[in-house]
Design a protein around this ligand. Sequence first.
Ligand code: PHB
Length: 395
Amino acid sequence: MHVRTRVAIIGAGPAGLLLAHLLDRQGIESVVIDSRSRAEIESTIRAGILEQGTVEVLDRTGASDRVLRVGQRHEGVELRFGGEGHRIDFADSVGRAVWLYPQHEVLKDLIAARLAAGQDLRFEVTAERVEDAETDRPRVVARDARGGRVEIEADVVVGADGSRGVAREAVSGAYGGHFREYPFAWFGILCEAPPSSEELIYSNSPDGFALISRRSAEVQRMYFQCDPQDDPEAYTEEQLWRILRSRVPGTTLREGRVFQRDVLRFRSFVAHEMRRGRVVLVGDAAHTVPPTGAKGMNLAVADVVLLTDALRALLLERDTGLLDAFPRTALDRIWKAQHFSWWMTSMLHLQPDADEFDRLRQLGELRSVVGSEAGRAYFSEAYTGWPLPPAAADL
Ligand code: PHB
């Protein structure tokens, strides 16, 4: 099957779906494909914090009318160390907030909006490769669920297919990227219990990191630092709760049945190239961050805001300037977010080879963040998100 469109988008994650939605609002047609089924996309558990700017884009452009109704506004977080909690008040420090609204809910909203608008969104179509990047007719070669060949020819191909997608190879394959591995992973659980805390708790304990997050009045999400080789099934529920309790000394956890568990491995990565000719990478296809700073989906949204403006200029005004500038402009924010995510990770986790000096230095670092207005403002500004580019106002 041969399809012709203006923008071929590989990946129906937050980046791909939001891009299709924003392009549609500019009158630019696109086709989105994803190898997964709709049910799989809508049920995969991912992170849950949206920056204020992300929420504004989703709400103002009609991508989600539920984020403000169902999402929970959080005006601060707790950093816990040395057996005590220290609240960082975003509202007080920078006059901004974040929203707890899980990524799969964002995806449900975006998929519904796209299908309601009669847009071309194809599930279970797997991209195999991208061809002719350097021409003005790049192509995605894909297979549908029955093994039939699907070829999508476009003015621009966008790789929003995550860190294991095929688009990255077409853009920066031979050039690779900058990356950092971490000697730990996160053990995540979903449990049936009331919330243990109104706000998120990021905890540095002598036994390692934990994060107490939430989902609803009845379901909570929690994580603790673990070995990347850990088998999620190797722990009894009682062991999981014992570990979690020991990681947040001074807090009482409300415990309940653990009904989902997973080990999340992570790394920091930035592709050397975000664009080759008419093929562009956005979101996790171009960069990944450890989850500690809650930046993953937000960075994808920031990329898409910039790229929408660049594609509008290219496809409606034949102006290539913004597309040429896209990697440089996007990387400015990407590296700030890379730094913040790495910094929070290194400040809160226990390195396997840490000695007393490392431990005490970390506590000094944490005290210097919570103990000064400048420290709290830096943290709050980064966590709630740097301002989006001015183009965000016209989407
Ligand atoms: C989550 O609720 O899943 C979550 C929240 C904050 C993070 C990471 C994950 O930094």
